[in-house]
Design a protein around this ligand. Sequence first.
Ligand SMILES: CC(=O)N[C@H]1[C@@H](OP(=O)(O)OP(=O)(O)OC[C@H]2O[C@@H](n3ccc(=O)[nH]c3=O)[C@H](O)[C@@H]2O)O[C@H](CO)[C@@H](O)[C@@H]1O[C@H](C)C(=O)N[C@@H](C)C(=O)N[C@H](CCC(=O)O)C(=O)O
Ligand SMILES: Nc1ncnc2c1ncn2[C@@H]1O[C@H](COP(=O)(O)OP(=O)(O)OP(=O)(O)O)[C@@H](O)[C@H]1O
Length: 489
Amino acid sequence: MKLYDLLKHVSYTVVQDGDPVISDVIYDSRKVEEGTVFVCLKGYTSDGHRYAQPAVEKGAAALVISDDLDFAVPENVAVVKTADTRLALALMSAEHFGNPAEELMTVAITGTKGKTTTTAMIAEIFEQAGIKTGTIGTLGIVYGGNTYKTDNTTPESYEIQKALRAMIDAGCKAMVIEASSIGLKHSRLAGMTFDAAVFTNFSDDHIGGVEHKDMAEYLYCKSLLFRQCRKAAANCDDPAWRDITKDFAGDILTYGFSEQAQLRAKNDRLLSENGFIGVHFETEGLKTLSLDVGVPGKFNAYNALAAICAVSFFDIPDKAIIDGLKIAHVQGRVEPVSVPGSYSLLIDYAHNALSMENVLTTLRQYNPNRLITMFGAGGNRPKVRRFEMGETSGRLSDLSVITEDNSRFEDVMDIIEDIKTGLHKTDGKYVVVPKRKEAIRYCMLNAEDGDIIVLAGKGHEDYQEIKGVKYHMDERELIREIIEEEKLS
Ligand SMILES: CC(=O)N[C@H]1[C@@H](OP(=O)(O)OP(=O)(O)OC[C@H]2O[C@@H](n3ccc(=O)[nH]c3=O)[C@H](O)[C@@H]2O)O[C@H](CO)[C@@H](O)[C@@H]1O[C@H](C)C(=O)N[C@@H](C)C(=O)N[C@H](CCC(=O)O)C(=O)O
Ligand SMILES: Nc1ncnc2c1ncn2[C@@H]1O[C@H](COP(=O)(O)OP(=O)(O)OP(=O)(O)O)[C@@H](O)[C@H]1O
């Protein structure tokens, strides 16, 4: 595509004329190849303008800048200037990949909590309706059974546009994306109009450092999503919803437990039956449904409501909603694993005291026969983490099963001793089973009816790091092996 075609929606001035054919849009000089356009981004640690000269030396045919350059750009290289090169990158990337968002059903989720879960729920509902769906968020870029890791929850605009085109090529018809406030602030989502945007909730997070100046800026950045969507839904039980959606031109579909909500939830209760851990609730208003959601905690009723609102903007049968919400889960986050027996086995990523506290407190509300937590702690990381995890599990679990995690260059038994130090501050019971697979086996063979067992620490990871080597280790596989080895049925 010619440079000026790529720049179709960008406001710019020409510094050095030329309209070369552009082979790719690049924002990292190390990736520049002959015939590409290099977009100079001013970052937190460095400034892309500093890399304009090396980019030209590597064959860049054009430069997009916001600041003047301190070298003489060869005449055969076109240069354009724009106020915001991140915005330009987004608009050019969308053009470069043929505006893929326009070929997909698109949903974006913003909010302090619940983005990943709601995204997974919407994708599962779409899939149940026979709509192949890709997702982008904290878990990476996911489509067609593959996951591609990203540096950010909301990746750089070029990566988003590229992923959208790849999703279409793989047969996807829908895409759900987590819109982080930082992603919105940095125009990573610019150049797209989402079919639907959803606000989940707003609380203190991401303030300071390289993130947001203050809560007002955080709120403002979240609100930007509602300037680029066709339909919008919001959790009206969260008072921030009006401010966050104020720029949306149409009517907002509201959800929540309160009377004012257009999609209202009622009769919620925590569900724990035959290994199924979740939340039941019914809806009225926009839809009358009775739902069993397969992830624990009342907050997941809110996430489910958000998902229902989002899919209600499309022609999705209620059955797909009911079935999708029953099986939707986020990989590695209170992820249920089906096992023979009348207990629940969950895999969770919690690998510090705070996340462990959150998960165990949520699960405590289910009044399990016993809450059993199996965990270890990472080597070559602050020891205080181990003490705290030991103490948290000791306080909140009926039994702690202490084992190995990524021990890295430390001795597993030394790490376990540190965990025990924390645990001894409580009167929590514990056993030590150093090999992780054996610890899982111990949990499964000793499970009683109604127990909830949490395998904490690894979550979605499929490796274990020991002495600089990452060995393959997927807890789902270990569980399957144990079922076979022990002939459990
Ligand atoms: C603070 C921040 O947001 N940084 C983001 C930013 O990086 P940066 O601008 O600081 O990059 P930089 O290193 O200063 O480089 C500036 C430019 O020079 C270029 N460069 C650099 C070196 C070189 O040799 N050649 C070259 O061309 C770089 O490619 C870049 O274009 O732009 C990058 C590309 O988009 C992001 O990956 C990066 O996210 C970092 C990893 C990050 O941690 N961001 C956090 C704050 C974030 O975005 N978080 C949100 C929310 C997460 C949540 O909800 O929990 C997210 O969406 O992930
Ligand atoms: N709707 C909600 N309200 C309050 N807390 C929630 C909600 N949904 C999830 N949580 C809590 O937040 C944690 C993270 O959930 P999730 O990954 O879905 O959110 P997120 O917005 O993607 O978060 P992050 O930006 O931290 O990745 C959950 O483990 C749970 O403890």
